[in-house]
Design a protein around this ligand. Structure first.
Ligand code: HEC
Ligand code: HEC
Ligand code: HEC
Ligand code: HEC
Length: 466
């Protein structure tokens, strides 16, 4: 992934993303509780039984196609313009017409061009069943409004009425993109995969780019076509960006473990589906000789891609310390079981994965009720750094996640009134980014040296603040 570009955009856009951190009145709190995720989760836009009508229905200048944001309105009204001009989702279908996609389709031996194959369209467009497409629906809209907000058949007419509420829109089939678990599930369905679609190692072998996703970073660079302010929170409930990030990490782990444990998706012939493992465990020159012990496993094994697990473990250490040791132990059991380490013979990796997944679910429920404070942010940042100083980021994927996480945390520190620390961190991030510019030549020692410098900077600003 083009990380340099990602982070460049990330910092360009972060100033637009001011969430307000106020104390809440009782009615607001009640509203937030009512908006809490329902036990039965929402139907994915693609699987809905409602008709999809097409972007053209949203694009009028009086609706969502204004040139610039309106003042004194709940919403910005220029959502369509932002999506069309700045959001890569509008281009997602066109990508399938390009040379890279032609090459991928040819190597996979697909019968039709990529732009007509379900396997590609399921992620590069909003792709409901043909009988669920309205007259003006077009696949070439790519990942359209309805691809995230759900088919509009039932809410297109009612959602603009004065009597419409967020709850009534949801009842009419609007997808709950405001709820952390649901939005994470939505984004991850394409940015990692789910039980129905997946960028497999075969797709990557044919040339599909490697996927890396961080809910907070990717929400910032999309860029957002919405403003999360007091008005948004009054309509949709309490917003906590760090909670959203934490839930995104946990949901990614959950998805990865589900893929691993799926008897169909998790296998590719004799081998497990390689996409849940660390790519560079296999893809590096034999002359590197850079193996180091980690997670209690010996040399010469494939390793699970544990980048999201590393983030989750550090979040849990800070906000739910009572469960941290058990979670870490189970993560290690899974690693050891996959590697068939001494003492683990006879242990079933899939059973270990399912056990870990249940623990992750428990954390998601915990996060949903937890407010993440400024003190939590500082502690999570320290944890993320210490993980690296203890050689936690020997794999590129882990370092990449840690980098996006540290950037997100710095962003929130800035917003919660700690601009001194954030500025210092931002300066170091530029240097740190350089050590990640090429995944194939990643040197863990260089990344670790940058973490060391970052820790000194943070200690320095903390001392100055006293
Ligand atoms: C599970 C979802 C999923 C499936 C299936 C999938 N893709 Fe993708 N694809 C993505 C995502 C997400 C990205 C963007 C990755 C990023 O930038 O982080 C992407 C990126 C790409 C890119 C690079 C785009 C660019 O802007 O450079 C190409 C080319 C591509 N996909 C082609 C295909 C083709 C061809 C198929 C079918 C054989 C396919 N994809 C199937 C999710 C998917
Ligand atoms: C990749 C997913 C995605 C796509 C595509 C997308 N949105 Fe959104 N949209 C979101 C998310 C996430 C939010 C923020 C959470 C929320 O308010 O529900 C949001 C919020 C909104 C809001 C509500 C803002 C508020 O203050 O309540 C509107 C209106 C909106 N989008 C319109 C559109 C339109 C119109 C399009 C197509 C031109 C579109 N969206 C495409 C994900 C998406
Ligand atoms: C239906 C599938 C789908 C869903 C749902 C989806 N995406 Fe995407 N996303 C894609 C594809 C495909 C691309 C690549 C498009 C391209 O390269 O032109 C992409 C690209 C992006 C990019 C650009 C990445 C880059 O390399 O510059 C961002 C950021 C992003 N998505 C964020 C999100 C977020 C945040 C959500 C959830 C609110 C989300 N996406 C939901 C399919 C999806
Ligand atoms: C268990 C080892 C293993 C893991 C883990 C693994 N791969 Fe592979 N990869 C292979 C093998 C084996 C091939 C086939 C090599 C060949 O055909 O010469 C391959 C081929 C490829 C190719 C095609 C290279 C070419 O010469 O055209 C790409 C690209 C690729 N893998 C990407 C990835 C990505 C991205 C990941 C992580 C998500 C990954 N691999 C994880 C073993 C692995």
């Amino acid at each position: 992934m083009k990380l340099a570009h990602v982070i460049h955009d990330f910092f360009q856009h972060c100033s637009h993303r001011r969430a307000s951190y106020r104390t809440f009145s009782l009615p607001l709190l009640l509203l937030a509780l009512l908006a809490a995720p329902a036990a039965n989760s929402a139907v994915m836009p693609q699987d809905s039984t409602h008709q999809s009508l097409g972007v053209v229905n949203c694009a009028s200048s009086m609706c969502h196609g204004a040139i610039s944001p309106w003042k004194d309105s709940h919403i910005l009204h220029n959502e369509y313009s932002t999506w069309l001009r700045l959001d890569k989702h509008a281009e997602a279908y066109n990508v399938l017409l390009g040379d890279d996609s032609k090459r991928i389709a040819r190597k996979l031996g697909l019968a039709k061009p990529a732009s007509q194959e379900k396997i590609c369209l399921d992620c590069h467009a909003h792709n409901p069943a043909p009988e669920k497409r309205g007259e003006r629906f077009s696949l070439s809209d790519g990942v359209s409004c309805e691809g995230c907000h759900g088919p509009a058949e039932q809410w297109i007419k009612t959602h603009t009425k004065a009597t419409a509420t967020h709850a009534s829109n949801l009842r009419d089939g609007l997808y709950p993109t405001d709820r952390p678990v649901e939005v994470a599930k939505l984004c991850l369905s394409c940015h990692l995969g789910n039980e129905k679609k997946l960028v497999t190692h075969r797709l990557m072998g044919a040339g599909h780019p490697r996927l890396a996703f961080d809910l907070d970073t990717f929400s910032a660079i999309q860029p957002p076509h919405y403003r999360i302010d007091k008005d948004w929170q009054e309509r949709k409930g309490d917003y906590d960006g760090v909670r959203l990030w934490a839930i995104g990490q946990a949901m990614a782990v959950r998805t990865q473990l589900a893929t691993l444990a799926d008897p169909v998706q998790g296998r590719d012939g004799l081998f497990p589906e390689l996409v849940v493992f660390d790519c560079h465990a296999c893809h590096h020159p034999m002359s590197d000789k850079k193996w180091q012990p980690r997670q209690g496993t010996g040399p010469g094994h494939i390793r699970l891609n544990d980048s999201n697990l590393l983030m989750l473990r550090n979040i849990v250490r800070v906000v739910n310390p009572a469960r941290a040791a058990a979670l870490s132990a189970q993560i290690q059991r899974l690693h050891k079981s996959i590697a068939g380490e001494t003492g683990m013979q006879g242990s079933d990796p899939l059973a270990e994965a399912r056990k870990l997944s249940a623990m992750v679910d428990e954390q998601i429920v915990f996060f949903e009720k937890r407010h993440f404070s400024g003190a939590d942010l500082h502690a999570i940042l320290r944890q993320l750094i210490d993980e690296g100083l203890a050689n936690g980021y020997t794999d590129y994927a882990g370092a990449e996640q840690a980098f996006m996480a540290i950037a997100s945390v710095a962003n929130y520190l800035q917003k919660t009134g700690d601009p001194g620390v954030a500025r210092d961190i931002n300066l170091r991030l530029a240097a740190m980014r350089k050590t990640l510019s090429n995944d194939e030549h990643y040197q863990p020692a260089q990344f670790k040296a940058e973490l060391q410098k970052l820790r000194l900077v943070i200690a320095g600003s903390a001392a100055r603040a006293q």
